[in-house]
Design a protein around this ligand. Sequence first.
Ligand code: GLA
Length: 393
Amino acid sequence: MTNSLSPRAQEMAARFKELYGSSPEIIVRAPGRVNLIGEHTDYNDGFVFPAAIDRDVMIAASPRKDRQVRVFALNFNQSSTFTLDGVQPATDTRERWSNYLRSMAWVFHEEGLGTAGMNVALLGDVPLGAGLSSSAAMLVASGLSFEASSELNIDPVRMALLAQRAEREFVGVNVGIMDMYISALGQKDHALLIDTRALTYEAVPLPKSGISIVIADTNKKRGLVDSEYNTRRAECERAVELLKASLPDITALRDVSAEQFNALSGSLPEITAKRARHVITEDARTLESVAALKAGNIVRFGELMNGSHESLQRDYEVSCRELDTLVQIARSIDGVYGARMTGAGFGGCTVSVVAEGAVERFLAEVPALYRKATGLNSPIYVTTAAQGAERLA
Ligand code: GLA
């Protein structure tokens, strides 16, 4: 191991050696993410604008000569072992965290990518269940460790697609591509405008000074999220089916312009129309917000973030009392340009763009006001856009 490794990676290497008796041959990391704008658009072939955050999952590993994967989660002080032949989900619920590694082993096998056995240690600091994509970080880091131990060379977009297939088919949540894409391809100091149909992106620099991205956690556990998520997807598909009667060439809500929608929305059932209106207006807001950011117009960027929240609250109905309360409190702080829920909804985090000079005030006032309103604590993370997944050793 070289000394150029970060203190955290060196700590990982030391813990690996304690567990397995020799230094790891491989160290990889994959970050969580915060989505600035473009919510519930990725499974409608639309646009999203996330950044990787400075919290990640780190994996230390060495190949084994047999077909076993032995993994130790330093966060949970818990081990799990499985074989690469016929990978199954963990039967013991205490080993559920190992399903991400298992699912990547499964998808590599499904797609004909040969994998080798490994000894693995993993450690993460992406808050769990907070809507900051700890799962995508686990999947992408797992994929990178298999890639390295099996001496494969996988394009990062393919890695994101492998992780998405793993989460859909092995873990069982029908997610879009955003979380794994940004974890695999994020760039330091940039957010990525991702075209989720073409699977291409434009890296947009975030201002070097003047503003901060501040994440606040509602601490509301996201109970309903998986079933409601799948329901929203189905509602969007239904909207496309119905709109096809007048617009035969569309394949996703991405293809419907605001003008077309306004002319046709009256023919849709009320709920279907609301869901579609969110997606169609959110795509437009996302593109406009990126143009505003490039023009240095943070005020407009903030207004569009606020508009995104209102649309998610009223039309898409994926917000909740805690998210709405935290957003209102954030906006009441002088120096906050905009605030919205981020991620799937029903709990999890808000994201605010805050003038640098107002961050201290945000930290001092928001948790106290939120606690007074809800009785809950609100951990706050002032974050910077981090590099996407990488091999460190
Ligand atoms: C979750 C999913 C993403 C995306 C968001 C909502 O994070 O994993 O694919 O759909 O919700 O924007």
